[in-house]
Design a protein around this ligand. Sequence first.
Ligand SMILES: *Cc1c(COP(=O)(O)O)cnc(C)c1O
Length: 419
Amino acid sequence: MNPPSREACEALDAADPLAPFRARFVIADEQLLYMDGNSLGRLPVATRARLHAFVDAWGDRLVTGWQEWLDAPARVGDRVAAGVLGAADGEVVVSDSTTVNLYKLCSAVLESLPREGRRAVVTDRDNFPTDRYVLEGLCARHGLELRMMECDPLAGPQAADLERAVGGAALVLLSQVAYRSGALADMAGLTALCRAHGTPVVWDLCHSVGALPIDLHADGVELAVGCTYKYLNGGPGAPAFLYVARALQDRLRSPIAGWFSQEDQFAMGPGYRPVPGIARFLAGTPAVLDLEAVDEGVALTAEAGLDRLRAKSLAQTELAIALHDAWLAPLGFTLGTPREPALRGSHVSLRHADAWPICRALIERADVVPDFRGPDSIRIGIAPLYTRFVDVWDALDRLRRLVDRGEHRLVDRTVSRVT
Ligand SMILES: *Cc1c(COP(=O)(O)O)cnc(C)c1O
């Protein structure tokens, strides 16, 4: 079957109800095909203005600004909850990094809930590195066994994998979308499975939030974290969110007893007494400037609507797969992402033995920015707020021409630190 033509992609862009959102982002270089919004989202135009205004407010208001800034983690948390998570007011805070929030939630589960002799913690071998490392550290400290599920690397964790691993587990940690393959896990089904075993599960939503509709309440999810600088366009190093279902909040204690979760914070009292509610997961002074950017990014995503974003994302990953099959498979590529639309997130992994030099050559010689994930994947990230159909077509067209001409053999093999 012939893949769609470039003209067909232009027609799709012309008919795309989300097309006007591209103009809401800073596009510094129109030639550059940015296919890495799943790693660092673009800068919204409104965010640039809002950050400038906030910097001025800092200059004007100085310390009196804290009257308003103090509750920014909870205020922006409510926006994240309603806008992109299907959670309620008072269930989300935005502060610290995803890694720190993973540590806080996983520790809280292990230290605050009755474990009843359970001595294992479960995740999968292909989970994101920081998730695995946080658990490794916690298991060492608590003398627990870290049980790594060996799942199909393309499909990600399935019910049968979890069923085999969950017995005697005190905690399960899973990602909704796998960072390498883009596989989308059955969050409702796997959460229900854990509940049937009496095991709390923490979900990492970094690669799904802002790219597809999430309804934490409908899926029965009680604990989750996720970052704001990927599909939510909050900016480099923007703080992450942490979600705890209302019913569980006061049964958990954060491992970081900081003054931002202290009852009557400014009484500066002698002992630590955590506040009730989600704010007990705050630690220290929040990054207020970054929170302004997160607020703007979330508002933009919610305005576009996650159902529409998901529909466009699926059409674009479908296009990337069709072009892979027609152009890239004959050049030695294989697809590293599920073909079934309902089973994938918003990026497509293209596997090739020379993936690393090909990825470098795309960046250095073809003005295409994807990213590389070892050992052999090039990730094509689809950010439906600003990615056009022609961008997908052009990126894969430049990729096939470059490989066909053998240009990847010309790149300098000195390893760059960020891939
Ligand atoms: C991007 C990402 C992270 C990042 O964690 P940081 O603490 O923000 O560096 C964590 N988990 C997953 C699944 C990710 O995709």
